[in-house]
Design a protein around this ligand. Structure first.
Ligand SMILES: CC(C)(COP(=O)(O)OP(=O)(O)OC[C@H]1O[C@@H](n2cnc3c(N)ncnc32)[C@H](O)[C@@H]1OP(=O)(O)O)[C@@H](O)C(=O)NCCC(=O)NCCS
Length: 176
């Protein structure tokens, strides 16, 4: 499940849980207490992937990036912050997510998108290339639109969701 590519292998911090059915290839860093659930495909081959602390990437999600080129000298790596919940079957491609974000099930986030801290992206949303999603808002739809500011309850929920997954992955680690 952990494979090297061109001499680079996934690096896992303390307390990380990687389901054995997921595949992580190449230049990938996974921060403390994060978790990667069944059937995730993460390919750090033509650029790199960085996942922060206490972040969960749920079942069937696909993580990839864009190579360096003359028009985009750094390409687009994939950077995910701390306490992020990436729902089931999400596609993250060459984008940058801040901290305390929920990416709803089946959402697609494309190249060079930046998502601020404390954001919820609704299930099934499409975030087209180069969009900048402002901190503190709910975004829904395809293409995505800003719906409304998050409530205090939702802001709290973002932390609870991440913590729930930290506890769940600890149980899975005990089983393995
Ligand atoms: C968007 C979301 C956060 C709900 O937001 P909300 O403002 O409480 O939404 P409501 O249920 O009050 O619905 C408000 C409207 O938005 C619509 N809506 C709800 N979720 C939507 C979504 N994901 N995309 C588009 N429209 C959505 C509703 O149909 C409703 O439309 P209407 O007013 O025309 O009837 C929620 O539906 C969602 O997508 N959560 C993601 C959950 C998830 O995937 N978790 C990860 C796995 S654990």
């Amino acid at each position: 499940m952990l494979r090297s590519y061109k001499g680079k292998s996934p690096r896992l911090a303390q307390g990380v849980y990687i389901d054995e059915s997921s595949v992580l290839v190449g230049d990938i860093e996974v921060g403390e207490d994060s978790s990667v659930w069944p059937l995730v495909a993460a390919r750090g081959d033509v650029n790199y992937i960085k996942i922060g602390k206490r972040t969960n990437v749920q079942d069937g999600s696909v993580l990839h990036l864009t190579r360096k080129s003359a028009s985009v000298p750094d390409g687009y790596p994939l950077i995910i912050g701390d306490d992020v919940t990436v729902g089931h079957k999400v596609m993250l491609h060459g984008c940058k997510l801040g901290n305390r974000i929920l990416v709803g099930m089946g959402a697609i986030i494309m190249d060079n998108v930046t998502v601020g801290d404390d954001v919820i992206i609704g299930g099934g949303a499409l975030v087209p290339p180069n969009k900048n999603l402002e901190s503190g808002f709910l975004y829904v739809g395809s293409p995505v639109k800003q719906a409304r500011p998050l409530t205090e309850q939702e802001l709290q929920f973002l932390k609870v969701s991440a913590q729930n997954y930290v506890e769940l992955k600890d149980e899975y680690l005990e089983e393995s």
